[in-house]
Design a protein around this ligand. Structure first.
Ligand code: FDA
Length: 497
């Protein structure tokens, strides 16, 4: 139900009794728009018709978050929590449906406390992946964290949904390295792992953001990296045998030694093979010449650097880019994008790759990123965390379409490609990665004030497989009235079906 304007007024009044007024921005506040837009990347979620929040709460303290939840419950105003704002459907700051809601923006809660001796860190959800990488490498050289490739992502959403990156084959996803967390639940209580209980602690490690409460901080296990790693970018055009190389890569990459990760970006009639090796150039070139001679890697393809530099280099392609770039949180409204995902369990034949490559001709609207699984990420049992895409998965596919203005080429291209790929990817259900959120695979219906389990199952089993039911049962225990709700939130299941 849409609360009345009076309820909104009562909500704001309630906030003002527990939160300093400068921490609550309403549309009449001078900085409302700049704070709202500060972490929006996709212009399609910042238009005159976008359903925007009633206010933005910018907490500097856990008690502010607790107060926002308590006031929201009391006055029937929902909250959407935002850490880095990278949600592909913008669900952390906009609503698809008319709804009165407030945003809790955690950007100011971003401390990182590294315990070098213990090899752990406590990091606040509002910190970015880049801030964590930087803080860890500076405080504890030789240690690192296993997470994704884009440095401006918020850890709140990123860890909530999994956290795939270049070291997952050796160390698992981000969620596989979470040791404890603090969370404000739907009753406004501040809980740690022990107080949460095992189901809730299981659910927040991969069950997707925005479902179970507001995670304020994470205690993570840091992982060892050598002083020198090697990065390499090798591009093969179609004429240089790209289809052949990608065909071979599919079964090879998930089975490589765990220090060696090769991901592939398919675009503009070529495949770019990006390699991170946790070691020096000589050993890498030796390994590649016997395992993957099709790439023809030589010493000239190697860039030796620190692990921290590699997290910058993978995006910049330039060894001169300073590592301080990781601290830059600024994102800007740039191109319109649409993302979708798949998992591949059986290698796609070369004949089929020859039909896939033409989708990426010079006028194509997008790219495809292939992330190898296997190794540690593949050896954890499917039910140990909500992320079910483990054993037997060769790789994840992310499709990305880009466009400007009101064009329809991007959306048409990506849906055409997604349909084309159906026979070649995981099925029953067709898998998808919750951090690559995609509302096309299903949106919830609310029945009698609560999200319906049946409508949630449609998209939920794609993201979580058999883990979806346990997530819904957990939701039923910790948020039975479905307070933390959005178009694709886990529905509460009150009795096992
Ligand atoms: P945002 O703040 O938008 O939140 C995402 C969701 O989590 C929302 O539903 C939100 O309400 C909820 N949420 C946020 N903070 C929360 C908190 N503290 N407690 C509970 N719920 C919370 N992924 C990946 O695995 N590997 C990669 O390499 C990349 N690369 C990448 C590049 C780019 C350019 C983008 C835009 C995205 C990616 N991603 C990715 C996907 C990324 O992991 C995903 O979008 C994350 O949810 C982003 O987290 P944010 O905190 O930035 O998002």
């Amino acid at each position: 139900s849409v609360p009345s304007l009076a309820a909104s007024g009562d909500f704001l009044q309630c906030l003002s009794s527990s939160i300093p007024s400068e921490r609550v921005l309403t549309p009449s506040s001078p900085s409302f728009t700049s704070v709202l837009v500060s972490s929006i990347r996709n212009p399609k979620f910042f238009t005159p018709t976008t359903v925007r929040p009633l206010c933005i709460v910018t907490p500097t303290n856990a008690s502010h978050v607790q107060a926002a939840v308590l006031c929201g419950r009391r006055h029937d105003v929902r909250l959407r929590v935002r850490s880095g704002g990278h949600d592909y459907e913008g669900l952390s700051y906009r609503s698809e449906r008319p709804e009165v809601f407030a945003v809790v923006d955690l950007a100011n809660l971003r401390a990182v406390r590294v315990d070098r001796a213990a090899g752990t860190a406590w990091v606040d959800s509002g910190a970015t992946v880049g801030e964590l990488y930087y803080a860890v490498a500076k405080a504890a050289p030789g240690l690192a964290f296993s997470a994704g490739v884009c440095s401006t992502m918020g850890l709140g959403g990123h860890i909530s949904g999994g956290g795939m990156g270049m070291m997952m084959r050796k160390y698992g996803l981000s969620i596989d390295n979470v040791l404890d967390a603090t969370l404000v639940d739907a009753n406004g209580r501040l809980l740690d792992k022990e107080a949460m209980g095992s189901d809730l602690f299981w659910a927040i490690r991969g069950g997707g953001g925005g479902n179970f409460g507001i995670v304020l901080s994470w205690k993570v296990r840091l992982v060892p990296v050598p002083p020198t790693v090697t990065f390499s970018n090798i591009q093969k055009t179609i004429d240089q045998g790209a289809a052949n190389a990608v065909t071979k890569w599919q079964a090879l990459a998930p089975a490589l030694p765990e220090d060696l990760s090769i991901r592939v970006i398919v675009q503009n009639q070529h495949a770019l093979f990006q390699t991170l090796y946790l070691g020096g150039c000589s050993a890498l070139v030796r390994a590649m010449s016997s395992l993957f001679p099709e790439l023809g890697m030589t010493r000239a393809d190697c860039r030796e650097m620190t692990w921290l530099q590699s997290t910058v280099y993978i995006n910049s392609g330039d060894t001169e880019t300073p590592v301080e770039t990781l601290l830059n949180r600024t994102t800007s409204l740039s191109t319109f994008t649409k993302n979708k995902s798949d998992y591949v369990k059986q290698a796609i034949t070369k004949d089929t790759w020859e039909k896939i490559f033409p989708w990426f001709n010079s006028s194509a609207a997008g790219i495809m990123i292939l992330e190898p699984h296997g190794g540690r990420v593949g050896s954890i049992a499917d039910g140990d965390t909500p992320y079910p895409h483990r054993s037997g998965v060769l790789y994840n596919i992310q499709y990305v379409a880009f466009w400007t203005g009101n064009g329809t080429d991007g959306p048409n291209w990506i849906s055409g490609l997604y349909n084309f790929m159906e026979p070649f990817v995981s099925k029953n259900p067709r898998g998808a990665y919750v951090n690559y959120r995609d509302l096309d695979i299903g949106e919830n219906t609310v029945v009698g004030g609560v999200t319906s389990y049946e409508t949630g199952k449609v998209w939920g089993e794609s993201y979580f497989g058999a883990n979806f039911q346990r997530l819904a049962v957990t939701k039923g225990k910790v948020d039975a009235s479905d307070y933390f709700r959005n178009e694709q939130s886990v529905p509460p299941l009150l009795s096992r079906k």
